[in-house]
Design a protein around this ligand. Structure first.
Ligand code: COA
Ligand code: MG
Length: 286
């Protein structure tokens, strides 16, 4: 999931454009991009979209960002969107392992009632000081948690931390990546709201890639191609991973030298992971 494009649930005219685009994943939003007065309508529209032949035919990962657990919308949101075409439910403002366990119980109930065989995963947002403090517990709270999503607007704005402070952003990205890693999960990087600033988006995405993030949230179609490019392993990385795996196959020792570097078990595991990512990706855009 190199790119995850947000689509406000209240703007159905964007749905076909999003489905036709290049994003690996689409996140239909019922939360912050939808006005209170439009919540119920958006919920219906997103439910309809998920039940449509267009959604069934799409190979994209489909998510819905529901309203938070403490909101009056949460239960109705979940009830409306649980179905065979929902891959992940994105839960905002998660603050504890208990939050995750209650989402997991609600999902299990709905899946059972609806005879769904495939469990729906959870993408948990870490976007508050408390959420960050408990991020590793949140990640490990239930097998449904597939990944952690770092969110900066909700985390930084109330604290007055400047979004342009790259050192602060780096520290938060690393903390969330390590928390996800402790549970063996992936992490997805945050939205970059200034969508006219392609260089700013690319710089932040590259920093996230270096921290092992698998992709970045996008709010505008112009950001999708940038994310797809940044989070695709480079030809060089793939070629090197290939050589590491081949050399490991030939090596009679656990540690050996390749290009003047020591290679042993964690490097070999990483090389296999890079090749697995490369195999899943569509061919590069022309
Ligand atoms: N999904 C699909 N298509 C989108 C899109 C999206 N998120 N955002 C823009 N588009 C389309 C536009 O409809 C337009 O299509 P057109 O060429 O057929 O007219 C094209 O992409 C270019 O869009 P543009 O005119 O530059 O943007 P805009 O002013 O219409 O919208 C935003 C800008 C930020 C309001 C809009 O991109 C948006 O709502 N993004 C998602 C916001 C969101 O979900 N936030 C919550 C998560 S933080
Ligand atoms: Mg938010």
């Amino acid at each position: 999931m190199r790119s995850k494009l947000f689509v406000p649930g209240s703007r159905p005219e964007l749905f076909p454009k999003a489905l036709a685009g290049q994003a690996d994943a689409l996140s239909f939003d019922l939360e912050d991009s939808v006005l209170e007065t439009a919540k119920a309508g958006a919920r219906r529209l997103v439910a309809q979209l998920l039940q449509s032949p267009e959604a069934a035919a799409s190979k994209k990962i489909l998510l819905v960002r529901v309203n938070g657990l403490t909101t009056p919308q949460f239960e109705a949101d979940l009830a409306a969107v649980v179905g065979p075409r929902l891959d992940l439910v994105n839960v905002p403002k998660v603050e504890s392992a208990d939050d995750i366990r209650s989402v997991a119980r609600a999902l299990a109930r709905l899946e059972k009632d609806r005879g769904l065989a495939r469990p729906i995963g959870i993408l948990a947002n870490v976007e508050s000081p408390r959420g960050l403090r408990f991020a590793a517990e949140i990640a490990g709270a239930d097998p449904r948690v597939a990944g952690l999503q770092v969110g900066f607007a909700d985390l930084l704005e109330p604290l007055g931390i400047d979004r342009a402070d790259a050192a602060a952003i780096h520290q938060l990205q690393l903390a969330v990546r390590l928390a996800a890693g402790e549970a063996g999960l992936w992490a997805c990087d945050a939205v970059y709201a200034n969508f006219k600033d392609a260089e700013g988006f690319r710089t932040e995405a590259l920093a996230a890639k270096r921290l092992g993030y698998i992709g970045k949230s996008c709010i505008h179609p112009s950001q999708v191609a940038l994310a797809n490019e940044v989070f695709r392993p480079t030809d060089q990385e793939i070629a090197f991973a290939q050589r590491v795996v081949e050399a490991a196959g030939r090596s009679t020792a656990g540690a050996f030298t390749l290009d003047g570097r020591m290679i042993d078990a964690p490097f070999i595991r990483r090389a296999r992971a890079v090749l697995a990512i490369a195999r899943q990706l569509p061919p590069p855009a022309a």
